[in-house]
Ligand binder design. Sequence first.
Ligand code: FES
Length: 305
Amino acid sequence: MNRRSSNIFRRGSRAQASQRLADATETLERARGLDRTIRVLSTAVRRTLRPGPLKDTLHGVPFGHPAHTPLTDVPIGCWMSSAILDLMPGTARASQALVAAGLAGAVPTVLTGIADWSALHREQQRVGLVHASATATASMLYSASLAARYQGRDGAGKAFGFAGLTVLLGGAYLGGHLAFRQAAGASHADQTSHLVATGWHDLCAAEELPDGWPVHRRLGYISLFVLREGDEINVLADRCSHLAGPLHQGRVTTDDNAETCIVCPWHGSTFRVRDGSVVHGPATARQPFFETRVTDGVVQVRPVG
Ligand code: FES
């Protein structure tokens, strides 16, 4: 075998290994054996974490995007830095401080992750459960590492730390799959600026819209939520920004300022119909909205932004 063909062979083996990893993770998405545990845990989380400001904050509503993902940087960053220091002489105290900081950072990371996990699709929850188990195991190993370091057993502390980092990286891979392959945390609303031309578009006859009852209409490629209240007509993208639930099947309500809102039928995200802003999560991204006007009895819409 010449050098060129052996290089091709090695590249092929690496590609097969990474494909096997992706295949194994996709198998996890279909692992129905996890469903009983998921049902018990997600019911417990929903009973404990009632709708309100705390739940909204854990989802990241005040920040406009999920809080969990950026928070994971704290424990991962601290513990990776600690591992590097553990390979250098004279850095025991600094490494110990980083292990402790990582454990402190893990607390809000876990809480935000649990809140988000409780409002995901089942396939996402299966991957999320294994991701959470791996990161919980890593946290326990780092707790043991910190305890050993406090007792002056630096060798054991380093060993627990490297074991924790190994498990953590596995958990982080699953977190990446959850975020990027399964799009947990990304906005699922239609990208109206790419799908609808700028300017005004005819939508439907004004007289066919029921008063106070949301309906579904199509505009080219996208579905719209349309609500008429008297002379006022509000239009949003219909696919909920959380996980694409159909907003036109939701419940109409009002916020604390008596502004009309729509509650998504899937996980209860609540949006103001006037401008699509988020009142309650789990959604964190504003729902795309449209300006409206009535011309010669025809409702016309224009995308905003
Ligand atoms: S799809 Fe989850 S709240 Fe709308």
